[in-house]
Ligand binder design. Structure first.
Ligand SMILES: Nc1ncnc2c1ncn2[C@@H]1O[C@H](COP(=O)(O)OP(=O)(O)OP(=O)(O)O)[C@@H](O)[C@H]1O
Ligand SMILES: [Mg+2]
Length: 436
């Protein structure tokens, strides 16, 4: 059943100099059906928020039509509620009054307002904070109020416009997980969710369907079903295949976004590649350097995703920074493209967790994403004593690199392998061996 239907909508705004108009949305069609979570992905300025405003009935399209429950939309759409990136709470009202506000506007009587607000506050875990003011709350708690204020209206469709992007990474991760749990448990207060984000992992994690909006002007490039069982498990190979596909599509406007993509079935370690794992060079950085960089990025906040700005803030040259970023990207801890860097959830986790767990995460990522380390471990496991002369591996690197570089590859592989407790190196005997 279609709850909201956008039919060939275009939106133009007048140019600031008064000379003509520019097109923000061009011939966009989109349907939100009952029972689904849809993610709308697009770069900054592609018109995502404008599309939400049109679907909410807050602004009118220049062309095309919007239907809500089959009827043409006139004025504000009563069947939906919105959660904003900026929380949009009224600072002079308590949590309780902020949550009740929308009900008051709908002339719900006082005792019912109170009861429904208490229930919504309870759902978002803010029990006991009813009489607090927004300034007394952390960012995560403020956004919980934002969710309660939307939930209390029991809208058919919940719109979320980058609801987690103003929160620190761990708070965002917690709240995202709780929203997903509520949805998966079937206790969610609305029939569908439409979330706007530019975080690809977030889209694949939460949504049943990802719609990709192209830029300038905003057009629907295509959509992708997220064919994973709920909750979507980030460690499944298929999850990564979907993220990688969308990532490639987002960084290359020429890629055609089709509904079906293959891959991600078998475990990565069983995939036989014709390219030697030893031919792809490891960047010469120490694991301590990678985790140091990721910690700094987390501390400095998500605002600095631009690599030159990041280099300046960290007082590093771009040349010093790039091998570290390369390594972080190879390991799946960060995504780097077009001069921007973004930590992945596992990258954030790696940067902020305990040493012990960071070793586990590193080992897991290295085995999946760094074929040469995977290959060394498998070779060692083939041996009864779990050990092998390093010359054996040097002989392979030799085929691809000059001798000094081959030696450096071994040294870097040993540093990474030791950190992840994948293997050990005995320099005096020139042997690599599995840890006992
Ligand atoms: N009322 C308006 N008048 C003129 N231009 C506008 C108006 N609203 C939005 N725009 C322009 O439309 C374009 C799309 O804006 P919109 O906020 O929808 O993008 P977005 O995809 O939500 O971006 P972001 O990811 O940064 O939030 C931008 O170039 C913006 O400047
Ligand atoms: Mg926006």
């Amino acid at each position: 059943m279609s709850l909201i239907n956008v039919d060939h909508v275009s939106k133009r705004f007048p140019l600031p100099d008064g000379k003509g108009e520019f097109t923000v949305l061009d011939d966009v069609s989109l349907t939100v059906r009952s029972g689904e979570v849809v993610a709308l992905l697009g770069r900054s300025g592609s018109g995502k928020s404008t599309l939400l405003r049109i679907m909410s009935g807050l602004i009118r399209p220049s062309q095309g039509a919007v239907r809500s429950n089959g009827a043409p939309l006139r004025g504000a759409n009563p069947n939906l509620a919105m959660v904003f990136q900026s929380f949009a709470l009224l600072p002079w009202l308590t949590v309780q009054d902020n949550v009740e506000l929308g009900l008051a506007a709908r002339h719900v009587d006082r005792s019912e307002r109170r009861e429904r607000a208490l229930k919504a506050i309870d759902i978002v875990g803010l029990d006991g904070f009813e009489s607090a003011y927004p300034k007394e709350l952390s960012g995560g708690m403020k956004q919980r109020v934002g969710f309660a204020r939307a939930f209390v209206l029991e809208p058919e469709v919940l719109f979320m416009d980058e609801p987690f992007s103003a929160l620190d990474v761990l708070t965002a991760e917690n709240l995202r997980g709780e929203i997903d749990d509520l949805w998966n448990a079937g206790t969610f207060p609305s029939k569908s969710i439409l979330i706007v984000t530019h975080n690809i992992e977030e889209a694949v994690y939460l949504a049943d369907r990802v719609v990709i909006l192209g830029s300038k002007p905003g057009r629907i490039r295509g959509e992708l079903p997220i064919d994973l069982p709920r909750p979507h498990d980030r460690s499944l190979p298929r999850f990564k295949v979907l993220v990688d596909y969308i990532y490639a599509a987002m960084t290359n406007p020429d890629i055609e976004v089709s509904g079906v993509i293959d891959g991600g079935g078998p475990e990565p370690s069983t995939v036989r590649s014709t390219v030697s794992p030893f031919s792809r060079p490891l960047p010469h950085v120490r694991v301590g350097g990678i985790s140091g960089l990721l910690e700094l990025i987390v501390e400095k906040g998500e605002e600095i995703d631009d690599i030159p700005v990041l280099a300046e803030r960290l007082q590093l040259s771009v040349d010093d920074l790039l091998p570290l970023l390369d390594a972080a990207a190879m390991l799946g801890f960060a995504q780097v493209a077009n001069g921007d860097v973004r930590l992945t959830p596992v990258g954030r986790d790696f940067a902020t967790t305990t040493i012990l767990r960071s070793k586990d995460l590193f080992r897991q990522q290295a085995m999946v994403h760094i074929p040469v380390l995977n290959s060394i471990v498998h070779t060692l496991r083939e041996k009864a004593n779990g050990a092998m002369r390093s010359d054996f591996f040097m002989g392979i690197w030799d085929d691809y690199f000059p001798i000094e570089e081959a030696e450096r590859q071994l040294a870097t592989a040993v540093d990474w392998g030791r950190y992840g407790e994948l293997f050990e190196y005995d320099a005096s005997e020139g042997r690599l061996y599995l840890p006992s």
